[in-house]
Every structure is written in structure tokens, then in C-alpha cells.
Design a protein around this ligand. Structure first.
Ligand code: F6P
Length: 341
């Protein structure tokens, strides 16, 4: 078989580990051939390919990013996009696709599968918000990076008696904020799933100032106050209709200063959470996903995504994986709330 591989959406530590595992097992065990599509769905849409053999995947296991490049191109939004992809797959002699991505990339994979394209999905996102899998690779790396940042913010916040706000990624789901905030001993954690009360946030901040510690507020970029409490900025939309976020940390700092009279400053971690080398956990998870994805293709089992359930890698329907986002349940947030203030 000739198999196409693509990586779509925001990049994520561990993408290269998946590509390596797919190619290594696919070539050496099954004798398949591979072709890389560049920059997510833009590759098959424009027929932009690159060679993908064992030589091309040597040495990439610990490297962040993706050797294939990525984009947020949405072929469904482009006139005749699906047909162009089908024609280009036929022209390049590609029998099946492995699409490595998050909700958007896999949502497209599902729609292409419904239209007859043979595709297997691999879940990727630092946000950990894909349903049907306990974890996505990249999340552990992002949480470790954010936790290290929070540890560092503690000592400088204490020295200067300041409130420090750490803004992390997570547009609809607060998993990174929850885990990094818990691991880093945050004073309060704010997530998109639960609109926050600015009065309570300020009360937590003030109570922390009565101790020898200084408050650290961990806020997910998609967190927002209870309606009407603070004015928010509107951002641009990408091709999947998502708002480009970033800014809640700054707004919070201003509001905390205004209401408490204490100095408050913000650190936005941004793409630092996505760049660089994956943790050992993410390398192993990404490698196992790659090994199981090529098995699914070899078995002719399409329209599925590989997923971690417990410690097993299983196959779930793409439809199941993409039907809703996995957000932070109330009970998980309540566990963290015990440490607020
Ligand atoms: O989807 C993953 C993610 O990291 C989100 O948490 C974040 O909102 C988004 O990507 C940022 O993407 P971009 O790099 O395109 O601005």
C-alpha cells in the first residue's frame, strides 16, 4: 500500500514520534510505502508532497514540531475541496491516509471518510480535549513546561509581594490550567468551563497576601468572567471559526490591581508550551499511537482513531472521537478548589 501522512492544526510535541513509528513499522514489518503531505490538509488539497521513508524519519523522535509542517487549512470550507483531495490522492497513488491532529483535523478526516476516503486518525493536542481518549500526546509536555514556569513565578512573586498571573493555553478546555495549577500550587485556577467571579478571585488574592506567600493566578486563555463583570476584547477568527485568544491575563491583572491595590503582572506562556522536545511520557504515547495507527491501516480498518483507554491503545470511531470536546468535569475542578485562597 502507499500511505499518505499529514499533521494538522497547532503543532504539538510528539508529532515526529508518531510519524517515525508509523513509517518504521509500516516499512519494516508490513512493506508499505509512505508519502508525506505538507502543512496539514493543504498538502492533499494542493498535491504538495515530500518523501517519507526510513531515512527521512531517522533522529526525529525527540524533536518538537513536525517534519511535515502544519496548518489550519480547512478543505471543507473550500469550494470543491473534497474532490480536489480525492483527485490528488488518486494522482499521487495514495491508497490511505493517516491524519494526525486535534478536533478540527480529525473532524475533516471524519467527513472525508464519510465521502469514501480511507483514513485513520491519531489524536494530537496539548489541550487534551479530545473525547474517547484518556490523554493526547503533547499535553504532558505542556503541563510540565507550565508547571516549571509557575514554580519560577512563585519565588519572584514572593520577593516583590506581587500577584502574578500565568496565562496558559486552552481555548475551550481548562486541562492545562487545571493540571499545571494543581502541580504548581496556584492560589486560584480559572478555566473556560466555569465563568469566574472577579470578587472571589480578588478575595483569594488578598487572603494569600496575609501569608508569607504571594498569589499566583493560573488562567486558561479561554476563561471568562461571569457575564457583565469585566469588558472583554473580541479577536480574529481562523478558518475553523475559532477566535484567536490571548488577553484575559492582562485584563485580570488590571482588574486585580484596581480592586486590591496590589501590583499584579501577567506572564503569557503562549507557544512556549507547544515548542521543543516532548517528555518521555509523550514520546512513548505518541510512539504507541503511531504503531497502532499503522496496524489499523494494514488491517483495512478505516474511519477510526487510535485512543488511550487506561493503559491500552484501542480503536474508536472518528465520529465518536469528534462529536464533542472533552472538557474539565465539575468534580475535577472541585478537587483543585480545596487549595484556592
Ligand atoms: O489547539 C491547540 C492550541 O494550542 C490552543 O490551546 C490555542 O488556542 C491554539 O492552539 C493557538 O493556536 P495558534 O498557534 O494557531 O494561535
Amino acid at each position: 500500500m502507499r500511505i499518505g501522512v499529514l499533521t494538522g492544526g497547532g503543532d504539538c510535541p510528539g508529532l515526529n514520534a508518531v510519524i517515525r513509528a508509523v513509517v518504521r513499522k509500516g516499512v519494516s514489518l508490513y512493506g508499505h510505502e509512505f508519502v508525506g503531505f505538507r502543512d496539514g490538509w493543504r498538502g492533499p488539497l494542493e498535491g504538495d508532497t515530500m518523501p517519507l521513508d526510513i531515512q527521512a524519519v531517522r533522529g526525529i523522535l525527540p524533536r518538537g514540531g513536525t517534519i511535515l509542517g502544519s496548518s489550519r487549512t480547512n478543505p471543507i470550507k473550500i469550494d470543491g475541496g473534497v474532490e480536489k483531495i480525492k483527485d490528488n490522492l488518486a494522482e499521487t497513488g495514495v491508497d490511505a491516509l493517516i491524519a494526525i491532529g486535534g478536533e478540527d483535523t480529525l473532524g475533516v478526516a471524519k467527513q472525508l471518510f464519510d465521502k469514501g476516503v480511507k483514513v485513520v486518525g491519531v489524536p494530537k493536542t496539548i489541550d487534551n480535549d479530545l473525547s474517547a481518549t484518556d490523554y493526547t500526546f503533547g499535553f504532558d509536555t505542556a503541563v510540565n513546561i507550565a508547571t516549571e514556569a509557575i514554580d519560577r513565578l512563585h519565588t519572584t512573586a514572593e520577593s516583590h509581594h506581587r500577584a502574578l498571573i500565568c496565562e496558559v493555553m486552552g481555548r475551550h478546555a481548562g486541562w492545562i490550567a487545571l493540571h499545571a495549577g494543581m502541580a504548581g500550587g496556584a492560589n486560584v485556577i480559572l478555566i473556560p468551563e466555569k465563568p469566574f467571579d472577579i470578587d472571589r478571585v480578588c478575595a483569594y488574592v488578598e487572603s494569600r497576601f496575609t501569608t508569607r506567600y504571594a498569589p499566583i493566578v493560573v488562567v486558561a486563555e479561554g476563561a471568562h468572567p461571569i457575564e457583565g463583570q469585566m469588558a472583554l476584547q473580541a479577536g480574529e477568527l481562523d478558518s475553523f471559526g475559532h477566535v484567536r485568544l490571548g488577553g484575559i491575563g492582562e485584563l485580570l491583572a488590571k482588574e486585580i490591581e484596581k480592586r486590591t491595590g496590589k501590583e499584579a503582572r501577567t506572564t503569557v506562556l503562549g507557544h512556549i508550551q507547544r515548542g521543543g522536545t516532548p517528555t518521555a511520557f509523550d514520546r512513548v504515547l505518541a510512539t504507541r499511537f503511531g504503531l497502532h495507527a499503522i496496524d489499523a491501516v494494514h488491517d483495512g480498518h478505516f474511519g477510526v482513531m487510535v485512543a488511550l483507554q487506561g493503559t491500552d491503545v484501542v480503536r474508536v470511531a472518528l465520529a465518536e472521537a469528534t462529536k464533542e470536546l472533552k472538557t474539565v468535569p465539575v468534580s475535577r475542578y472541585e478537587e483543585a478548589e480545596v487549595f484556592f485562597g
